[in-house]
Design a protein around this ligand. Structure first.
Ligand SMILES: [Zn+2]
Ligand SMILES: [Zn+2]
Length: 601
């Protein structure tokens, strides 16, 4: 073996004994074309080896070579011959012989000049090879399929046309082109390129993508081909020669004021049919006819020709709560839009006209996916306006409102934006250990009214009478009468605060630290915890005696994000302390609640 003499092992590329699979692969390509000729794949390799030049210094594969091979060099000749990598002329010759296309010859040949295209360089290399070995004229045609690219470069125009057609009518200033290859095709090309191609040759995928991108540039004037942050990503599937478009969403930031009650923030699928459409929802699939999301996004979808939308609010208010003041910040996402440029003023007009006073949008501007996270993670202080009606409260009810709270489940997690960064958990789910439930209050002595007693069996009435040390003789009716007579008189209502005291109490709430156990109304979706929230500010309360004789109170309060405001007023049966109800010794029935302002942005 001449090539072994005086050379370092690294300079010869002979991997047959180690990597039979790879050898099989390209031999298969080669024999597919040469089978009909009497040309031997190997008959001139040895001659070429002598032409090895300094260019072989480019080789970077030598380290992989097993030293043992060089102890028994005679084995080499029996299986294969060394082929130097391009730009060695022997490498060029080998690539031509196995059916390499002009593009791949240029791509892998290591001879492309600055003023040349890849194909031009490939043609030049082929011409040089054929000049030395005329019988290699037409080798590519005889093989039939380029072993490096499987003739994919022939499809560049087709792929560019497919992408251009797919983008027709779609606004796109920044386009990225990508390609999806079968993994084994990528790996095989990688192995062959590193074995025969010049060091630093462009890989198949990036070359193809580059060619298609260039071809698109000649077809579409205003499109910039980018490699990051595209508006549209066109993905070529080389197996099917098809193109998929990944159209990035358009994001818009704004603030909404919700001026009507009974409108949920987001589209709410019908509970009965889960959105498929049924009789109960009149086929709409919606539990509520409209939502802030629909009122805001529908006109935008229309304007942008978007397929779908998503709505991300900085928190949300209950369906029956209005949102006033400067409104609630949100980011609306328009998915797969045909158009991307938005005239914010025109868009706000369109939304506000169509919403007809239910919702009003201000401050609309372009946004981003990143801002969705910011908006969703901002724990903003809010101001609320609340109005409630007073009703008498018994001592027993009052005792419940001020009963000692079990703080074993106090939510001690630190609050505030910084600590929560990157965390997408819902408030209340934070590290909630599902152990040791907060004990329920002692069961009440059952209210003994006549109807309840009449409905009971005699044996039960006897038990009840026994428990109260009453006589158990007589008929069922006698027992009922006796039990009713023994029932404690209706507890006398407490002496509730007067207007002046109410004003003082509400003023005194300023700075109060609330302990709020998860309200029962949200317990199904929030961990049962006791949270601390601060009332930062309260306005002067308005106390009014209504025509019907009862008293109504209205005031505004500013508190930390996550405060349960209705509960702060009515006390939630002692689950929120302190509460307005406990302090003014009256039942407080909330009439309405508004978000008066959101102190953010
Ligand atoms: Zn090729
Ligand atoms: Zn339905």
């Amino acid at each position: 073996m001449r090539q072994a003499q005086g050379e370092t092992p690294g300079q010869a590329v002979t991997t047959m004994p180690e990597e039979p699979k790879e050898e099989d692969d390209w031999t298969a390509y080669a024999t597919a074309g040469f089978g009909q000729t009497d040309y031997s794949l190997w008959d001139d390799v040895n001659v070429e080896e002598t032409e090895s030049t300094d260019e072989e210094a480019d080789f970077d594969e030598g380290d992989d070579l097993d030293d043992e091979m060089w102890e028994e060099p005679e084995q080499l000749g029996t299986h294969t011959e060394e082929v130097p990598r391009a730009p060695n002329p022997a490498g060029h010759k080998h690539m031509v012989r196995i059916g390499c296309c002009d593009t791949c010859l240029g791509r892998l040949g290591g001879k492309q000049r600055y003023d040349q295209s890849m194909v031009e360089s490939g043609r030049e290399i082929r011409a040089a090879v054929v000049e030395r070995d005329p019988h290699l004229e037409g080798a590519q045609e005889r093989v039939g399929l380029c072993p490096f690219c499987e003739d994919l470069f022939d499809e560049v125009d087709l792929l560019a046309d497919l992408i251009t057609e797919a983008l027709e009518g779609r606004e796109v200033a920044r386009l990225q082109v990508g390609a999806r290859f079968p993994k084994d095709q990528m790996e095989e090309e990688d192995v062959m390129r590193k074995r025969y191609g010049a060091g630093g040759s462009d890989p198949l995928k990036s070359s193809l993508v580059g060619f298609v991108a260039d071809a698109i540039k000649t077809r579409m004037d205003d499109v910039r081909i980018v490699t990051e942050n595209p508006e549209v990503l066109a993905i070529i599937d080389v197996t099917t020669l098809t193109v998929d478009l990944d159209v990035r969403s358009v994001y818009l930031y704004g603030r909404y004021r919700k001026l009507e009650r009974g409108v949920p923030q987001t589209r709410w699928p019908c509970r009965a049919c889960k959105g498929r459409g049924c009789d109960r929802c009149e086929g709409t699939g919606l539990q509520y006819a409209t939502s802030v999301q629909q009122l805001v996004a529908d006109p935008l979808r229309e304007m942008l020709g978007a397929e779908d939308d998503a709505f991300h609010g900085m928190g949300r208010e209950d369906i029956d709560v209005r949102c006033l003041g400067r409104g609630r910040p949100f980011v609306v996402e328009l998915k797969s839009p045909m158009r991307r440029s938005v005239d914010a003023a025109a868009a706000m007009d369109a939304i506000n006209d169509a919403a007809a006073g239910a919702v009003e949008v201000t401050s609309l501007r372009p946004s981003s996916r990143k801002e969705v996270v910011r908006v969703k993670d901002t724990a903003a202080e809010k101001s609320y306006a609340i109005r409630f009606r007073l009703a008498p409260l018994s001592e027993k009810e009052h005792a419940k409102l001020v009963a000692p709270m079990d703080l074993t489940k106090e939510d001690v997690q630190e609050r505030g934006g910084r600590k929560r960064k990157g965390r997408r958990k819902r408030r209340g789910d934070r590290g909630a250990p599902a152990t040791k439930p907060i004990p329920e209050p002692e069961p009440e002595v059952p209210v003994v009214d006549e109807a309840t007693l009449q409905a009971m069996k005699k044996a039960e009435l006897v038990e009840l009478a026994k428990a109260q040390d009453l006589s158990v003789s007589g008929t069922k009716a006698d027992l009922v009468d006796r039990l009713l007579a023994a029932a404690p008189a209706e507890a006398a209502p407490m002496d509730m605060a007067d207007a002046e005291e109410i004003e003082q109490i509400i003023q005194g709430l300023q700075g109060a630290m609330l302990a709020q156990r998860t309200p029962e109304r949200v317990a199904h979706r929030r961990a049962d915890l006791v949270r601390r929230r601060k009332v930062l500010e309260t306005s002067e309360a308005i106390v009014e005696t209504m025509d019907e004789g009862h008293t109504e109170v209205e005031f505004t309060l500013r508190c930390e994000s996550g405060t349960y405001v209705k509960e702060t007023v009515h006390g939630d049966g002692g689950r929120t302390q302190p509460s307005v109800a406990a302090l003014i010794r009256a039942r407080c029935d909330v009439l309405w609640l508004d978000v008066a302002d959101i102190h953010a942005d």
